[in-house]
Design a protein around this ligand. Structure first.
Ligand code: HEM
Length: 407
């Protein structure tokens, strides 16, 4: 059997990376040409169709454990790069304490959202990415993990180190790699402290991980997964809110009207539509553990050879017109909305409940500011990480929210 190779058009990983600020025309062309396309230059399959993406993510013949990641490296010990039973045990160790913690989180997240609006209240303007989205995401995941929250400067430094870790994990080597070692040291010390002063009432995630000695017998394993949760729970939610605010502001009066009519239901639906449209983790990677014939998922012969890699563009899947009508249009009441921003299959995001809670509370806080607007003089700036990077900043203004002004 042969691969589908049509010579009239070539697509590549590098062209998709180059268009990181607006890859949509490329996704459309690629999907229409061949939704499971073999890029000969990178020897990678580029998957852009919704059904192909979900089928591959749910198929155990495609692994998350890439064969070039050294078993010793801290990166390879993250559950996201494991499969089978060793993966399931780690995910279970996360799910139980996370579910407990999430139930207790709403009040704390409401407080973080109000703190995030402080600059806007003081000055009438704020950077919605750094002042608001990053603050809620950082404080929420630090709280869930049981990291001390009193030293804000230290948390901001940990955030920078964790950005470097997130970049490196997503294959974008940028910044000072020593930051990863610094973050590792921080978690090593925090684990030591928690072991030295055990608190039988503690229900944070890190205490849960420490107690699960059979799941994390080695500290490297434990630390690696803490670093992963800290990055995975922060970078994604920050990007969702930071990029999502721009989408919301373009439709502000419509959204405000819907919010007045039914606040609870609309923030839920808005959250799902923003997850679909922003898709914070643009792309996932898998590797075939055996030859797999995918010809049934796309027209033409598609034989994936053992060892070959596939890039699954969740963002392209979320804009697949075969699964979402008028996908480029923001529809605050889209139904059904089976967006795949949290992935699919055994690795589907275990933090989805917490993320949805943060998004909903953040949206409630924003929607309470009736006259919120994008700052007319400032253009959003992109973080160049082609997979995880969202806006670095996005300024907004309000006349009424400023303390002391009349509504
Ligand atoms: C808008 C927010 C979020 C998005 C879009 C998102 C997206 C994703 C995606 C696509 C995956 C699948 C990775 C794969 O299949 O290779 C994933 C996995 C994961 N996410 Fe999230 N995530 C978000 C928030 C969170 C939060 C708040 C946490 C914190 C607990 C979290 C923790 C994790 C972990 C630990 C994994 C690995 C799961 C595994 O490999 O079994 N995520 N996330």
């Amino acid at each position: 059997m042969q691969r589908a190779r049509r010579q009239n058009r070539t697509f590549s990983v590098s062209s998709l990376r180059r268009h990181y600020t607006n890859p949509f025309a490329l996704y459309d062309a690629l999907r229409a040409h061949d939704s499971i396309y073999f890029d000969a230059s990178s020897r990678c399959w580029l998957v852009t169709g919704y059904h192909a993406t979900t089928a591959i993510l749910d198929d155990p013949r495609f692994t998350s454990r890439l064969d070039d990641s050294s078993a010793q490296s801290l990166v390879s010990k993250q559950m996201v790069f494991m499969d089978g039973e060793e993966h399931q045990r780690r995910q279970n160790a996360l799910l139980r304490p996370l579910a407990q913690m999430s139930k207790r989180m709403p009040d704390a997240i409401r407080l973080f959202a109000q703190e995030g609006l402080e600059t806007l209240r003081r000055t009438g303007e704020m950077d919605a990415v750094n002042d608001f989205a990053a603050h809620i995401s950082l404080m929420s995941i630090a709280h869930v993990l049981g990291m001390p929250l009193d030293d804000h400067e230290q948390l901001l430094q940990l955030e920078r180190w964790s950005d470097t870790f997130g970049d490196a994990t997503s294959g974008y080597f940028h910044g000072d790699m020593q930051d990863v070692a610094r973050l590792e040291d921080y978690f090593r010390q925090l684990i030591e402290t928690k072991r030295r002063h055990p608190d039988s009432d503690a229900d944070d995630l890190l205490s849960g991980f420490i107690a699960a000695k059979d799941v994390f017998p080695e500290d490297d394993d434990l630390i690696s997964n803490c670093m992963m949760v800290f990055a995975a729970g922060r970078i994604t939610t920050k990007k969702l809110l930071g990029n999502g605010i721009q989408i919301l502001l373009e439709h502000w009066s419509e959204v405000q009207k819907l919010y007045q009519e039914n606040p609870k239901a609309i923030t839920k639906m808005l959250g799902e539509e923003l997850l679909r449209m922003v898709t914070p983790t643009r792309c996932l990677i898998r590797q075939a553990v055996e030859d797999v014939d995918l010809s049934h998922l796309a027209t033409g012969p598609h034989l994936v050879r053992r060892g070959e890699r596939l890039l699954l563009f969740l963002e392209a899947a979320n804009y697949d017109p075969a699964s979402f009508s008028c996908p480029a249009q923001f529809d605050p009441q889209r139904r059904p909305n089976r967006q795949v921003a949290f992935g699919f299959g055994p690795h589907q995001c275990p933090g989805a409940t917490l993320a949805r809670l943060e998004i909903q509370i953040a949206l409630e806080a924003l929607l309470s500011i009736v006259d919120l607007k994008a700052h007319s003089d400032m253009q959003p700036v992109w973080n160049p990480n082609p997979n995880l990077g969202g806006y670095l900043s996005f300024y907004v203004v309000s006349q009424t929210v400023k303390r002391g002004s009349c509504p």
